[in-house]
Design a protein. Structure first.
Length: 106
C-alpha cells in the first residue's frame, strides 16, 4: 500500500465495457520528507487509479498497485493496475502527526 494525494480526474467516453461507471482519478504517491520528517511530499509521479471508496480532489488516500488492485469486490473483474482503497484521516510518524485531514488545506 502507498499514500497518495488525489490531483485530478479523468473522463473517458470510450473504454472497455467492464470499466463503464468506474470513477478514474489521478493520484500522486507521497512519502515522508527525508529532510523534514514532519511532512509528506510528492514523488513527482502520477498514476490513474480506480476509486472504490468515493475519494475527492486533494484528499490523501491509500492506493494499491498490481494484482492487489483487483482484490476488492468492486475491482475484482476490472483490467486495472491501481486502485484507491481508503481515505486517510491521519498519518503519524514517531511522535509527529504529519497529516491530519481535519487541518489539511491541500
Amino acid at each position: 500500500m502507498f499514500l497518495a494525494r488525489v490531483t485530478g480526474s479523468i473522463v473517458a467516453t470510450q473504454k472497455a465495457l467492464s470499466m463503464t461507471g468506474q470513477k478514474l482519478l489521478i493520484v500522486e504517491p507521497l512519502r515522508v520528507d527525508p529532510l523534514d520528517r514532519s511532512r509528506l511530499v510528492g514523488t513527482g509521479r502520477s498514476f490513474v487509479a480506480v476509486d472504490s471508496v468515493g475519494a475527492g480532489s486533494e484528499q490523501i488516500v491509500l492506493i494499491v498497485q498490481g494484482s492487489s488492485a483487483r482484490l476488492t469486490p468492486q475491482t475484482e473483474k476490472l483490467p486495472i493496475d491501481t486502485a484507491i482503497i481508503g481515505i486517510v484521516d491521519t498519518v503519524q510518524v514517531g511522535d509527529n502527526t504529519v497529516f491530519d485531514a481535519r487541518n489539511d488545506r491541500g
